[in-house]
Design a protein around this ligand. Sequence first.
Ligand SMILES: Cc1cc2nc3c(=O)[nH]c(=O)nc-3n(C[C@H](O)[C@H](O)[C@H](O)COP(=O)(O)OP(=O)(O)OC[C@H]3O[C@@H](n4cnc5c(N)ncnc54)[C@H](O)[C@@H]3O)c2cc1C
Length: 421
Amino acid sequence: MEFTQSARSLEFKARVVDFMDTHIYPVNKRYLEIAHSDRRNDPEALAFIDDLRAQAKELGLWNLFFPHLRDDEPGTGLTNFEFAPIAEEMAKLPWASQVFNCNAPVTGNMELLGAAANEAQRKKWLRPLLEGDCYSCFAATEPEVASSDATNYQTTIVRDGDEYVVNGRKWFISLSMHPKCRFMILMGKTNPENPNRHKQHGVIIIPLDTPGVQILQDTTVMNAYHIGGHPEILLENVRVPAENLLGEPGEGFAIMQKRMGPGRIHYGMRCVGMAEVALGLLMSRAKERVAFGKHLHEHGSVANDIGRSRIEIDQARLLCMHTAKALDEKGVKGARKEIAMLKIVGTELLQNVSERALRVHGAMGVSNQTPLASLLGLGMHLSIADGPSEVHLPGIAKMELRNHDPADFQKFYDIPNRTRV
Ligand SMILES: Cc1cc2nc3c(=O)[nH]c(=O)nc-3n(C[C@H](O)[C@H](O)[C@H](O)COP(=O)(O)OP(=O)(O)OC[C@H]3O[C@@H](n4cnc5c(N)ncnc54)[C@H](O)[C@@H]3O)c2cc1C
C-alpha cells in the first residue's frame, strides 16, 4: 500500500487547519451556546456560520470532498484518498465541516446527484448545493418498519400524469429543520408489484415547502436536540413533477449505493479525527492529575489505555486510507467490503477511545466541560445511522465466504495434527 499524499492534499490540509485555528475554534463556544438553546434553528443566530462559509468559499476551501466537480462548478474536488486526512482535521470540531460545505447528510446527497442526476437535475438541485445556497436532507428511515432492511420502506411514490404523488412517514431526517434546508431526497416504493424486493423502490426529490410535507416533532439524539434536528416528517398526497425522479422507477437500490459509499467512508475519516482529540485529552489529564502518589499515566491500566488507543487509531487510519484508495480506484461496488469494515472500525474506535478518555477525566468526563460525552454519544449513534454494525458484519462475512474455497484449506486437515514443530 502506497500512502504518500499529493502536494495539493498536504497544502489544503495545512490551509484548513489554519482556517479552523483562526476562524472556527474561536467561535466554538458561541456555536455550542446556540446549539443548546431554543434558537438552534434561528437563521439570525446561525448567520455567523454563513459568514464563515463565505470566507472559506472565497479561499477555495470548498467542496473538497467532491470528486465529480466540473470546471464551471465552485470548489476544489479532491479524490477520496486526498480528502481523508483533511476530513480527519475538520472532524476535530464536529460542526466545522459545514463551514467548508463538506457536511453530512448534504455530502451524501451531492455524491448521489453527482452520480445519478441528469443534466437538468444537476443544474436545478446539485448546483445550489455546490454553491452553498442551501442544504438538503435525506429521507429513508420510517418509524413503522425496521429500516436497517431498506426493502421494508413503505412510503409510496405513485405516478399520476406528469406528477408523482408521495404518501408516507419518515423519521430521523437529519438537518431538515435547518433554515437553509430546501429539499429532501426520499426513497419509497414505485414498483410494489415487482417480485424482486430490490427493484420495488425509487428515489425522488421533494422540496420541503411542497403542500402535504409536514415536519412533526423533532427527535432528540442521546437526549439532546441538534441544530437542523432529526424530526419525523409526514407526507400526505405530496405532488411533485415527474422529472424529480432520479433514474428510473425501481432503480432506488442501485441509486442509493452511490450515496452510501462516500457517505460511510467520511464517517470513518471523521471518527479517526475525533478519536485523536479524545486521546489527546486523555493524555493531558493523565499527565496533570495525581492519584495514590502517581500521575494517572503512571498507573498501568491508564498507560495500557494510551497504548491501546494509539494502536487502534493507527489501525483505523490505515484502513481509512486503504478504503479511500479502493473507492477511488474501484468505485463503490468494488470497495464495498472495505467501506463496510471502515464504518464498523471507525465507530467502534470512537466509542472505545472516547470512553477511555472520559473515564480518565472522572466526573469531569461526563460533564459539559469536555467534549468527551458528546464524542462517546457520536460514536454510538454513528454506529446505528446509515446501517447498524449488525447489518454490515454479515455483509462482510458474505463477501468473505464467497471468496473462500475449502479446497485451498484441505492441506491443513491432511497433516498429522499432533506433530511437534
Ligand atoms: C443520529 C441519527 C441520524 C440519522 N439520520 C438519518 C437521516 O438523515 N435519514 C434517514 O433516512 N435515516 C437517518 N437515521 C436512521 C438510521 O439510518 C436508522 O436508524 C438505521 O438504518 C436503523 O434503522 P432502525 O432505526 O429502523 O432500526 P431497526 O431496523 O429497527 O433495527 C434495530 C436494531 O436491530 C438490530 N438488527 C437489525 N438488523 C440486524 C441483523 N441483520 N442482524 C442482527 N441485528 C440486527 C440492530 O442492533 C439494530 O440497531 C439516523 C439515525 C440516527 C441515530
